[in-house]
Design a protein around this ligand. Structure first.
Ligand code: URA
Length: 234
């Protein structure tokens, strides 16, 4: 009697957090200098001027690191002594997209290093009843599908808002590989949520936190970034 052979099934192993850290996440070098900047902004007693100033310094480092992930093209210049320098220049086609409101804290640093950069906007807020992210508003360049997008949001906690924003960009035809999520602090849950759904998206961050509180604040964390940056907490 013929025996049935069971076809071999091969299932791809589920990527681990470490896979995402190696493949998708660019964590700023954890230097003493960066730790000192973080110490100011994490201090609950920091006044708003210090919070904005030192957060801005970290955002500048994040912005430069994100720009380094974008494509460059060969470009030659003649030096003052008449020699040729075979250099590089940014390939054209960038847009910064802050997620309103906290993401707007990152816009000034991007504008400072890329004058004239195009800026889109996405407003997503969590529905107070369902707790689900709700898309209220978008304003994005018509040709966004042909651009590289720096998606700006300082907080990546549970990942709900980030996923909703990336979905907006994907629906408009932006390839995952053209999206760099520029983020101040994150946590394992947020990284996993984004990278599981969008494995081509890259995340630039300055810190990976220990965990989430019951009400989804990162720990040790920074509190409500938007409130502290814009001064709406007190
Ligand atoms: N949003 C914030 O502002 N802080 C957190 O810790 C998490 C989400």
């Amino acid at each position: 009697m013929a025996t049935a052979t069971v076809p071999k099934t091969t299932t791809a192993p589920t990527p681990t957090l470490q896979t995402y850290l190696d493949r998708n996440v660019h964590l700023l070098p954890q230097t003493d200098q960066l730790r000192a900047l973080h110490t100011v902004v994490r201090d609950r007693d920091a006044d708003r001027e210090d919070f904005v100033f030192y957060a801005g310094r970290i955002i500048r480092l994040l912005t430069e690191a994100a720009l380094a992930l974008l494509p460059f093209e060969p470009y030659e210049v003649t030096t003052p002594v008449g020699s040729t320098y075979r250099g590089l220049r940014f390939a054209r086609g960038l847009v910064g997209v802050p997620i309103i409101r906290a993401g707007e804290s990152m816009e000034a640093e991007l504008r400072a290093v890329v004058p004239g950069v195009r800026i889109g906007k996405i407003l997503i807020q969590r529905d107070p009843t369902t707790k689900q992210p709700h898309l209220y508003y978008t304003k994005l360049p018509d040709d966004i599908a042909d651009r590289h997008v720096l998606l700006l949001d300082p907080m990546l906690a549970t990942g709900g808002t980030a996923l909703a924003a990336i979905e907006v960009l994907r629906d408009l035809g932006v390839p995952e590989e053209h999206i760099v999520f520029v983020n101040f602090i994150t946590v394992a849950e947020g990284i996993t949520a984004v990278c599981e759904r969008y494995p081509g998206v890259r995340i630039v961050t300055s810190a990976i936190e220990e965990g989430l509180s019951e009400d989804a604040y990162m720990l040790p964390g920074i509190g409500d970034f938007g409130d502290r940056y814009f001064g709406t907490n007190r």
